[in-house]
Ligand binder design. Structure first.
Ligand SMILES: [Zn+2]
Length: 272
């Protein structure tokens, strides 16, 4: 049976079937064993770092725009999200950039899911040294985490390009055309667009945490976006855990590899 679109529930296994899911996560017994192994590793670790990507937020209703390129391209006259979310497009076609931004990148209704909530508990127990995320949705901070390295910025953080005044995401959401500050300057999201460098001190902090971690959990990312992906190579600790539906560049180095959905794994972990 083939699932084309959307999420469907298999009533026999009581689990969600995700289109294009990996064949390796078909065995519930094997998955349960791996989750127990992960629980064991977490309980022994003192300096955990979580490195996450789009797969962490899909269960919060934030689609992974990289895996939906075809869909967006159709809507946007053949332009890929990577083209629209680039520095040059922002300067050349700001109106179209902000239309896309309001339509696809802002999700004010989205809230933290099982992954965010579990990581918040780990930070409270002082065993999570940091979250390094490629996501810009700000959901880890919304869940309460403090030690968050947002490599690509955060949609809730916006500023006037003239006077530097800070603005919430609503200022852009409620605007039309190009959002303007009281001073007349353009309000832009403080996110890293394609073609822009990552913020130096965020990178330094993230890499330091990864290098000092005893356990690194890489989850919900296929590690295709650089330079973020290569940061995981700084890890020199004992346990490298990879949780992703699709194969990743780190699979070969993983000491525990779980081909499955990160939210399902953390929902299972949250059950005592
Ligand atoms: Zn201003």
């Amino acid at each position: 049976m083939k699932y084309e679109t959307g999420l469907q529930v298999d009533m026999h296994q009581h689990k969600t079937i995700i289109p294009g899911k990996n064949e390796n996560d078909g065995d519930p017994m094997q998955m349960a064993g791996k989750v127990e192994e992960l629980r064991e590793i977490i309980s022994r670790s003192k300096r955990i770092v979580f490195f996450g990507g789009a797969g962490v937020s899909t269960a919060s209703g934030i689609p992974d725009f990289r895996s939906e390129t075809g869909l967006f391209a159709q809507e946007e006259n053949g332009l890929s999200p990577e083209m629209i979310l680039s520095k040059s497009f922002f300067y050349l076609q700001p109106e179209k950039f902000f239309d896309f931004w309001r339509k696809h990148m802002l999700h004010p209704e989205a809230g933290p899911n099982a992954v965010h909530r579990y990581l918040y508990e780990l930070e409270k127990q002082d065993r999570l040294r940091g979250i390094v995320t490629q996501n810009i949705d700000g959901l880890h901070r919304q869940a309460g985490n403090i030690r968050v390295y947002e490599l690509h910025g955060n949609v809730n953080d916006n500023y006037c390009m003239e006077c530097n005044a800070a603005y919430p995401a609503e200022a852009i959401l409620q605007s039309e055309g190009i959002p303007r500050c009281e001073c007349g300057g353009v309000i832009r999201p403080n996110v890293v667009l394609y073609g822009e460098p990552l913020e130096k001190y965020v990178c330094i902090g993230a890499r330091r945490e990864i290098a000092n971690a005893d356990t690194l959990i890489v989850a919900g990312t296929s590690l295709t976006v650089e330079p973020a992906a290569s940061f995981t190579e700084d890890f020199a600790g004992k346990n490298l855990i990879v949780i992703n539906r699709m194969p990743t560049k780190a699979d070969e180095r993983a000491t525990l590899l779980i081909h499955g959905d990160v939210t399902e794994v953390f929902s299972e972990l949250s059950r005592e």
